[in-house]
Design a protein around this ligand. Sequence first.
Ligand SMILES: [Zn+2]
Length: 180
Amino acid sequence: MEEFDIEFVKLKNGIHRFEYQINRSFFDFFKNQEIIAADVQVLAVLNKLDNMIQVDIDGLGTLGFTCDRCLGGVNYPVKSQFKVIYHLNSVENKTDEATEVNLDIMYLSGSQFKLNIGESVYQSFLSTIPFVKRCDDVEGQQCNEEMLERLDSLEDSKESSNETDPRWEELKKLLNKKEK
Ligand SMILES: [Zn+2]
């Protein structure tokens, strides 16, 4: 994650831009197995002030998941936003915690000279992951019909095997006897 290091002591006050290309290996680093593919362009805009550094992280691209329905790969368009505020020469103040989902507040002591936004970039994607992933939910993508048919026939064979459950047969016989 060294590529996400920013040596802020070397930066002048003001705006600085950093660009990153995110792929699958980024998510491997965080041991995320839900995201199976990634192609995202990330722009981090850093604003350095006297006692504070503000970083706005924006991501645009696609994240790939396994479809819940056909088990194929499905690419979702992603647009992520995240903000980190670093207080410089500071110790953590419990009364000043982040209350927003897409905001993080950090504290850097006087001896620190660099910050790393890798974790924040990762967090920025977490809130974009859809709860249910389906090819049909993404424009221009469709579930694998062949796979759906196979899954359907698996379901059918499960159901029909229930119908011929031997215990049912025994019960039927008993009922038939009673009727006679
Ligand atoms: Zn699908």
